[in-house]
Design a protein. Structure first.
Ligand SMILES: Cc1cc2nc3c(=O)[nH]c(=O)nc-3n(C[C@H](O)[C@H](O)[C@H](O)COP(=O)(O)OP(=O)(O)OC[C@H]3O[C@@H](n4cnc5c(N)ncnc54)[C@H](O)[C@@H]3O)c2cc1C
Length: 410
């Protein structure tokens, strides 16, 4: 059986259109290297470029046109993303995982303002979930939202909030999608609200955290931040359900039509150029890295196919996430075995030309197992979804199961 996706002639014609548009609109000086954190002039350019893509409906191609998406099929969307990846351009959008939640849960007015602003690239947002004492057990979070007339006052601390904020990055996000306790006396999962907390108001501060992978994560403090009623998404006690529409996507429930795997390609090229797969052990390790990567591609493809036809999923999203995380560790270990110290060099006379991506891959390998829930947490979710845990749960609604993507819209 052939598991590769083959684009049609019409789709390849669309690729030519995208490539030509990128050649005209991408400033070659703004290309990013995997080693660089995006800042200053490149950040500014990437933000303006995202808006240009948004104006064409190419920033979030499968979302409905009436809200600023492109109304395109997932295949054309995949082509756009493959071409952007190839062109190595910065596209500044922040964290886009609020989009599924907004699609499913926001009112029409909220969609006109927030979903549209996000799909066209005008608004930037970050995910503001994890707290110093509550990561895996997110539902126990302590940030409070207290009613004050029609408004809410939000107070709490969040950590690891990802996005380029800080030195050299000229723009804070427009809002932080935040989960907070709205009823301290209500049972678990029925006590939270999902808020779009503005950042240009009194009481919000973001401070970059100093992690081994750089300063891309922030510590957020909210001290009595006033939030209007129009910024509560879903009902005032439905925040857990709304947050899970975000998490379904983060866990890989949407899957991807994977294009080129640049890291694997670069690893296999370097290995073959330098003759490093010359022993049974190193050859086996290189093969193992390739096999886990291919299996990951198939999980992505399967979830993408399910998502596209609007099929409800159970364990498949978290299975994809689990594999993404475990495969990253297997690949990093194999690269380190095959390449030795070269896998860790980027800025030295001995560094491999074009090897920055591999070095970044090594540095990020462990960190990558945390965002969106660790390996153990994906197993817990799968157990609940297939009914072998003490508690059972169903997948939260997504734009796919709610019939709101370009491909599933009737
Ligand atoms: C690079 C990076 C980017 C991130 N970006 C964001 C972001 O943008 N926004 C955001 O809100 N958060 C973000 N996070 C936070 C991420 O979601 C959390 O790190 C993750 O959910 C784990 O939480 P924790 O770090 O508090 O670890 P803990 O919850 O303290 O877990 C510690 C260890 O205990 C294990 N463990 C915990 N509970 C169980 C259990 N029930 N059964 C078995 N094992 C268990 C975990 O698997 C883990 O190994 C990011 C994290 C990283 C590293």
């Amino acid at each position: 059986m052939d598991f590769a996706y083959h684009y049609s002639n019409e789709q390849e014609t669309f690729r030519k259109e995208v490539r030509a548009w990128l050649a005209e609109n991408v400033d070659p000086k703004m290309k990013t290297s995997p080693r660089e954190e995006i800042e200053g002039e490149v950040w500014d350019w990437g933000y303006e470029f995202a808006k240009k893509l948004g104006a064409k409906g190419w920033l979030h191609p499968t979302y409905p046109k009436e809200y600023g998406g492109g109304g395109l099929t997932p295949e054309l969307s995949a082509i756009i993303h493959e071409e952007l990846d190839l062109a190595q351009v910065p596209v500044i959008t922040g964290n886009t995982l609020d989009l599924p939640a907004l699609s499913v849960w926001a009112t029409e007015e909220q969609k006109q303002e927030f979903l549209k602003g996000r799909l066209t690239g005008e608004l930037i947002a970050y995910q503001n979930f994890t707290e110093p004492g509550h990561g895996s057990d997110l539902a126990s979070l302590e940030t409070k939202a207290v009613r004050d007339g029609d408004d809410w006052l939000i107070t709490g601390n969040k950590v690891y909030v990802s996005g380029s904020h800080g030195k050299g990055r000229p723009r804070t996000p427009d809002y932080l999608f935040t989960v907070a306790v709205t009823d301290p006396d209500a049972p678990r999962h029925r006590n939270l609200g999902y808020f779009l907390v503005p950042t240009n108001v009194e009481g919000v501060s973001l401070t970059p955290m100093n992690l081994v992978t750089g300063n891309g994560q922030n510590h957020v403090v909210m001290d009595n931040v006033r939030v209007g009623p129009d910024r509560l998404i879903g009902g005032e006690f439905q925040g857990w359900q709304v947050a899970n529409s975000t998490l379904e996507h983060e866990h890989g429930g949407r899957g991807e039509l994977p294009g080129k795997n640049r890291v694997m390609e670069s690893f296999l090229n370097v290995t073959s150029d330098r003759g490093w797969a010359g022993t049974d052990h190193t050859a086996n390790q290189a093969m193992e890295a390739y096999i886990v990567s291919e299996i990951g591609r198939l999980f992505e493809l399967r979830n993408h196919a399910f998502y596209t036809v609007g099929q409800e999923m159970t364990f498949q999203g978290s299975q994809n996430s689990l594999w993404r995380k475990e495969k990253g560790l297997v690949q990093a270990a194999a690269m380190s075995d095959v390449m030795g110290p070269y896998s860790l060099l980027d800025d030295s006379a001995f560094a491999i030309e074009g090897g920055e991506e591999l070095q970044q891959f090594q540095l990020n390998a462990i960190g990558r197992t945390h965002p969106g829930g660790t390996i153990e947490i994906q197993k817990v979710i799968m157990a609940r979804r297939i009914g072998i845990s003490r508690t059972t749960e169903r997948a939260a609604p997504t734009p796919s199961t709610a019939g709101q993507t370009a491909s599933t819209k009737k």
